[in-house]
Design a protein around this ligand. Structure first.
Ligand code: F6R
Length: 603
């Protein structure tokens, strides 16, 4: 949600700032801007719309200098206009901000009483004005930032430039992430060092309530009490990762194809002793597991619930974080909690995890970003090794989460002796087979594309499934709606006749997720019910399933044979292709769907 960059290289930073923003654009693309500290003045360039608009404006009207900050915005307070784009200025101070200033209205009112005039509708603009007011009162830059940030309620990551101190950046944060990177001739700042992947050789993360002064010759960090903090640099792990599409038309497409590798790596990581042992020590004594997550990560938990019940012998509660957070729930001994998040920064999921820790629950997190708040704060972290996911619609992170959840079911099952040798063999076989099965689905992209062309003009679509496939149906519907903007709903197939069947007519595509498992016959009955009402059935099943229901189907996607361990992976990929090709056919912005951002760090 929004991206911050900063750079001091002593020469010209503008292109580096724009490059860094390009790598973070997936976090927000409503507007973008940069500010440069020149020899005697601050200059600024901002543009509404995606980063290309800023880059184009920069070609026409270039600004440059030895230090600068930049921002790509996902609008929360104020429309996505140029005026509301960051950086915001006030009397020689420029600020870029990620997060939410919850008391911005009160601070605005106070600053207005002191004669301050505001130029935007954002919560962020109070920050430069507060800092400027403390500077006018004679405080040092460090003290002005500290006093100003102590006034702020909410979460923030800030990049700050002062007109009277070029070649220097300041940074401060509370909760929202911010890191500093170093290369031989430059020091950089970013809300995610992915911005400078391949460039930053060393990094250090700023902790909450710390303030940093960043110069080419060194970084000074002060804590909230004004004491100097001695923080060691660590080798940048993201140096090997470059943000490019590797010949694919979209990041989403590339990431769909990266799934066999992401899953294989995640299986290996969860089976390794250094992950399995702490997971067992934290969760194996729990009889009940409370899974909390948002969006696609929630559907990963939902798809994995049957594994945890069946193989680990655990009762599983499943909650959406934004609801769970405000429930007045009793806390029982023997309950462990599991948070699933690609970013590890999702505000609602993080708040739930912190609340559980306060209540004394054991916490585990399945997280894709190893430096994230959730990865740092959970009692135990199970990593998904999907690598950076840039497409806003989650694909490889979802199946990597499934892989981690499968590993979790196995570790806990084994620790609780709920696991017999036959189960162990089945897991071992599934670990080996799943990447190959996905490769097989990748070869069937064409039949998903045919489905996409068939549904692209539909106003709505229904997805049906039972058990884990209910979760897949929900995920398939979410994928379709978020990137193609076609209204889509996922239902438990058995719920159809309790209401949703009223929606079925000859214009309604009904995508049925139906591997031949124990509930295939029941799902087949639902297919008959839809057929009787002239719904347009698109069946996802294996060859025998498709043959069985052929006479009712408008289209079919024939998938490999699966069992309960392999099916969610196989069907997820087909559903991703259907959403991708529908969006492609409709010409929407696949990687940057409207109104969305990758990492939802605000409530
Ligand atoms: C959908 C999608 C979102 C995220 C959700 C949670 O494709 O990506 O629904 O799954 O915002 O994000 P994380 O997993 O980062 O907590």
């Amino acid at each position: 949600m929004c991206g911050i960059v900063g750079m001091v290289n002593g020469r010209s930073v503008a292109q580096d700032l724009i490059h860094g923003l390009r790598n973070l654009e997936y976090r927000g693309y409503d507007s973008a801007g940069i500010a440069i500290a020149g020899r005697s003045a601050l200059s600024r360039l901002r543009a509404s719309g995606p980063l290309d608009s800023l880059a184009a404006a920069h070609k026409v009207d270039p600004i440059d200098g030895p230090s600068g900050i930049g921002h790509t915005r996902w609008a929360t307070h104020g429309a996505p206009t140029e005026q509301n784009a960051h950086p915001h200025f006030a009397d020689g101070v420029a600020v870029v901000h990620n997060g939410i200033i919850e008391n911005h209205a009160a601070l605005r009112a106070r600053l207005r009483e002191d004669g301050v005039a505001f130029n935007s509708d954002t919560d962020s603009e109070v920050v430069p004005h507060l800092i400027a007011s403390y500077r006018k009162a004679g405080l040092s830059r460090f003290d002005a930032i500290r006093e100003a940030t102590q006034m702020l309620e909410g979460q923030f990551a800030l990049g700050i430039l002062f007109e009277d101190e070029p070649r220097t950046l300041y940074a401060a944060r509370r909760e929202s992430p911010l890191a500093i990177g170093a290369a031989p001739k430059a020091v950089m700042l970013a809300s995610d060092m992915l911005a400078y992947a391949g460039r930053a050789e060393q990094t250090l993360a700023l902790e909450s309530d710390e303030i940093a002064r960043i110069r080419r010759d060194g970084v000074q960090i002060l804590n909230g009490r004004g004491e100097t903090v001695d923080r060691a640099w660590t080798a940048a792990t993201s140096t090997a990762v470059t943000v490019h599409k590797a010949g694919h038309r979209h990041f989403m497409h590339k990431e769909i194809f990266e799934q066999p590798e992401a899953i294989a790596k995640t299986f290996a990581a969860t089976a390794a002793e250094e992950v399995a042992a702490p997971v067992e020590s934290v969760l194996a004594d729990c009889n009940r597991l409370s899974i909390v997550a948002c969006g696609t990560s929630y559907y990963a938990g939902m798809a994995a619930r049957p594994w945890l019940e069946r193989y680990a012998g655990m009762a599983v509660d499943l909650d959406v974080a934004s609801e769970f957070r405000y429930r007045d729930r009793p806390c029982f001994a023997g309950t462990g909690s599991l948070y699933i998040s690609q970013s590890g920064e999702t505000a609602d999921s993080l708040a739930c995890m912190r609340d559980a820790k306060e209540k004394g629950e054991k916490t585990a997190a399945i997280v894709n970003v190893p430096t994230s708040a959730m990865a740092n704060e959970a009692d135990v972290t199970i990593p998904t090794l999907a690598g950076p996911e840039i497409g806003v619609a989650s694909t490889k992170a979802f199946t990597a989460q499934l892989a981690a959840l499968m590993g979790l079911a196995r570790s806990i099952g084994k620790a609780r002796a709920a696991f017999d040798p036959e189960m162990e063999t089945r897991f071992e076989t599934a670990y080996r087979m799943i990447p190959a099965l996905i490769e097989d689905v990748l070869d069937r992209e064409g039949s998903c594309e045919t489905v996409a062309r068939a549904i692209k003009n539909s106003k709505s679509a229904i997805f049906l499934g039972r058990g884990a496939n209910h979760a897949l149906a929900m995920e398939g519907a979410l994928k379709l709606k978020e990137i193609s903007y076609i209204h889509a709903e996922g239902f438990a197939a058995g719920e159809l006749k309790h209401g949703p069947i009223a929606l079925i007519d000859e214009a309604m595509p009904v995508i049925v997720v139906a591997p031949r498992d124990g509930s295939f016959a029941k799902t087949a009955s639902n297919v008959e019910e839809v057929a009787a009402r002239h719904g347009k059935i698109i069946l996802l099943s294996d060859e025998e399933g498709c043959d069985h229901l052929a006479k009712h189907c408008w289209h079919q996607v024939v998938l490999p044979e699966t069992d309960d361990l392999t099916a969610p992976f196989v069907y997820a990929v087909a559903l991703q292709f259907i959403a991708y090709h529908t969006a492609l056919a409709l010409g929407t912005d696949v990687d940057r769907p409207r109104n969305l951002a990758k990492s939802v760090t605000v409530e």
